[in-house]
Ligand binder design. Structure first.
Ligand code: NAD
Length: 287
């Protein structure tokens, strides 16, 4: 007879659509089992239309917390009681904790990114970074980097709806932190070269590199990279994107998106349980 789930077991959820491909249920359930914590983590296919009812239901059932992914990360803020400082600046949430009926939203993607760098002893505090992207992942990274003390961030994005989003993010960061933010059209190749020259790290924070863009990169010229530059990618499938292949050839240190993904999950785990996720153990299970 299994004693894994009893009348005492508490539920932690994940709401998104599509969601069946997610690695988070395996990550969290394995970590709960490893540490002997009496929780179970389940994924629910939830879209914006059902969101209000779902959050009400989660409140009524007194869930300890839940993760939120697309398309609900922004909309869910309307139904929460409080937001962390980073979630307020990003305007999105990927983790919610229920403390005695008070639902507080956090965004752990940015802390995941910063922790992934710290684990590799890469220090970008007080320095400059250049990144491509202005969507959810990029915004979370920029906000957390600015809150943690990165001095200057240069964002490159194509002129789509995310470009306007980046203008707002830029203003919010500059009003609330000491970080300077620059925003450029990704078509400005010459400017990208000079910004990378002044930076300690170059990051791809878009989906270019994963399906349907496998084998592609937004870096226009391999010669923009130099051996003492760190190059990172938020994409973790494939683990080695075209950008990281080029960076390796140029002798750069590279960081793939797996570590960020693990550490954003680890931060959520800590918020719910107060315990450190056994990250090395989980990494071996997932990959
Ligand atoms: P999003 O839809 O919010 O933003 C997409 C961004 O990519 C925008 O800046 C958009 O302008 C840009 N973009 C899209 N297609 C492009 C193209 N063809 N050329 C140039 N730019 C293009 O998405 P998101 O939530 O920010 O996710 C971006 C990537 O980050 C995804 O691959 C996602 O899997 C990954 N991600 C990884 C982690 C992690 O923990 N490693 C966490 C969150 C997201």
């Amino acid at each position: 007879m299994t004693e894994r789930i009893t009348g005492h077991t508490e539920l932690i959820g994940l709401i998104a659509t599509p969601i069946r491909h997610s690695l988070s249920p395996t990550m969290h359930n394995e970590a709960f089992a490893k540490l002997g914590l009496d929780y179970v983590y389940l994924a629910f296919e939830v879209d914006n239309q059902e969101l209000k009812d779902v959050i009400q239901g989660f409140r009524a059932l007194k869930l300890r917390g839940f993760n939120v992914s697309m398309p609900n990360k922004t909309k869910v803020c309307e139904y929460l009681d409080a937001l962390s400082p980073a979630a307020q600046l990003v305007g999105a949430v990927n983790t919610v904790v229920n403390d005695n009926g008070v639902l507080t939203g956090h965004i752990t993607d940015g802390t995941g990114y910063m922790r992934a760098l710290a684990e590799e002893k890469i220090d970008i505090i007080g320095k400059k970074m250049t990144l491509c992207g202005a969507g959810g992942a990029a915004t979370a990274i920029c906000v957390q980097a600015a809150l943690d003390g990165v001095k200057e961030i240069s964002i490159f994005n194509q002129k789509d709806r995310f470009f306007d989003n980046a203008k707002e993010t830029m203003k919010k960061i500059q009003d609330n932190t000491n970080c300077t933010v620059n925003l450029y059209d990704i078509a400005d190749v010459k400017r990208m070269g000079t910004e990378i020259d002044d930076s300690v790290i170059f990051t791809n924070a878009t989906g270019v590199g994963m399906k349907p863009y496998v084998g592609q990169t937004l870096l226009p010229d391999a010669n923009m990279l130099r051996p003492d530059l760190v190059v990172s990618d938020v994409v973790y499938n494939p683990l080695k994107t075209r950008l990281l292949e080029i960076a390796e050839e140029k002798g750069c240190r590279t960081i793939n998106g797996l570590s960020m993904m693990l550490w954003q999950g680890a931060k959520a785990f800590e918020i719910w349980t107060g315990k450190q996720m056994p990250v090395d153990f989980i990494k071996n299970i997932l990959f």
